[in-house]
Design a protein around this ligand. Structure first.
Ligand SMILES: Cc1ncc(COP(=O)(O)O)c(C=O)c1O
Length: 394
């Protein structure tokens, strides 16, 4: 069978090999006193709070399960708009909000709406692997620009300016980032957007982890900068609803009808049940629960990152959001008699029963030295992980 070159261009997820091996070994050691601890999972260990579960149940039982408008339920778009005002002090009109099947669908819609064959999109290295694949699926080319710890692993205005070429169409950023949990300083973002706008380009920013921000300096939405910025978001992370497949994006008004046309044809609408459930995310009790959980994520970060550092698994920049630790494993790998993050991850899995993610999928610059730990796990499990690391490399 012959497959399209578009499909062939999509690289495999190497981390899945590690995840599969960890699951297989995890089954073997499940009943022992040394079960596998999974620190490779990029999703919250919480599920949706009670009011959200009840709202989903009500939607199913009362049969309100028909398609919605392609742009999403009006009431949900209004709630999201109010959330921007309450949480970030930004006015975002509901008619600029498009509800989608997760941030993934939002990213696909944005790329299909804006990218022509051959267009180049600048993004940081390391970054979330799917982002470059969304670009290539739209027949564009992702141009990865190596970043440094001093730049918080984000693009700078200078680098964007230097990399801009005849085919460049814009930038795709994520703040806070996966895998580093670090954000772009608001002033730098303003400068980047200025460079992009002066060249007639587009700024797309993935703010899926913005709700899980722990630092006021960085916890601001890019939407405060300019109505031209396209912001991607989701119910997956802060709202703990990964499998409900619900997200949204905020687009300039002129882009709404284009995205609506694409969404109608490609998806019809996001899950109706999830949309009705998500209305309850914004109830006072739900927000209070989400904020308690955000405090837990922060407490885990505050415990885990210094503990990794003390073991020589240095995390060059303290994450200001999300639930990841991007750690240099050079020294630790040497202690285990291996080199590189790929072998280190396998060694850790076999000898300490700790599943983590090697840097390889997130880019090519320096990623062979780094591993990603996810702290979306209970404090007890995180403490046990550090104990095992101490035994092995301490
Ligand atoms: C940076 C980033 N963007 C987008 C996504 C996709 O999220 P969703 O579940 O909303 O499709 C993820 C998922 O891990 C992510 O880390």
């Amino acid at each position: 069978m012959k497959f399209s070159s578009r499909a062939e261009r999509i690289e495999p997820f190497y981390v899945m090999e590690v995840a599969k091996a960890a699951q297989a070994l995890g089954r073997e050691v499940a009943g022992t006193d040394h079960p596998m601890i999974f620190l490779n999972i990029g999703e919250p260990d919480f599920t949706a709070p009670p009011l959200v579960q009840e709202a989903a149940d009500r939607a199913v039982r009362s049969g309100i399960t028909q398609y919605t408008n392609a742009l999403g339920l009006e009431a949900l778009r209004e709630k999201i708009s109010q959330w921007y005002l309450d949480r970030f002090g930004v006015n975002v009109a509901p008619n600029r909000i498009v509800v989608t099947a997760g941030a993934s669908a939002a990213l696909q819609l944005a790329c299909l709406a804006l990218i022509e064959h051959g267009d180049e999109i600048l993004m940081p290295d390391p970054s979330y692997p799917c982002n470059r694949h969304f670009v290539s699926a739209a027949e564009g080319t992702a141009v990865l620009i190596p970043t440094t710890a001093e730049e918080r692993y984000q693009l700078s205005a200078d680098k964007v300016e230097a990399a801009w070429g005849a085919k460049t169409r814009g930038v795709l950023l994520a703040s806070p980032s996966n895998p580093t949990g670090t954000s772009i300083a608001p002033d730098e973002l303003r400068k980047i957007h200025k460079v992009v706008k002066q060249r007639g380009g587009i700024t797309i920013i993935d703010e899926i982890y913005l709700g899980l921000s722990y630092d006021e300096t960085f916890g601001q939405s890019a939407l405060a900068i300019d109505d031209d910025i396209i912001s991607i978001n989701s119910f997956s992370k802060y709202f703990n609803m990964t499998g409900w497949r619900l997200g949204w994006m905020v687009v300039p008004e002129a882009m709404v009808p284009v995205v609506e046309r694409l969404a109608q044809n490609l998806f019809i609408c996001a899950s109706t049940i999830s949309q009705h459930a998500a209305l309850a995310c914004f109830e006072e009790d739900s927000i209070a629960e989400y904020e308690r959980r955000r405090a837990q994520f922060k407490a885990r970060r505050d415990y885990f990152i210094p503990a990794l550092d003390a073991l020589g698994l240095s995390v060059p920049v303290m994450p200001d959001g999300a639930f990841y630790a991007w750690a240099d494993c050079t020294q630790a790998a040497q202690k285990l008699g291996v080199s590189g993050s790929w072998d280190f991850a396998f060694e850790l899995m076999k000898r300490a029963h700790l599943a983590i993610t090697p840097g390889r999928d997130f880019g090519t610059a320096d990623t062979g030295r780094f591993v990603r730990f996810s702290t979306a796990n209970s404090m007890t499990q995180l403490q046990e992980s550090i104990r095992r690391l101490q035994q092995l490399i301490g």
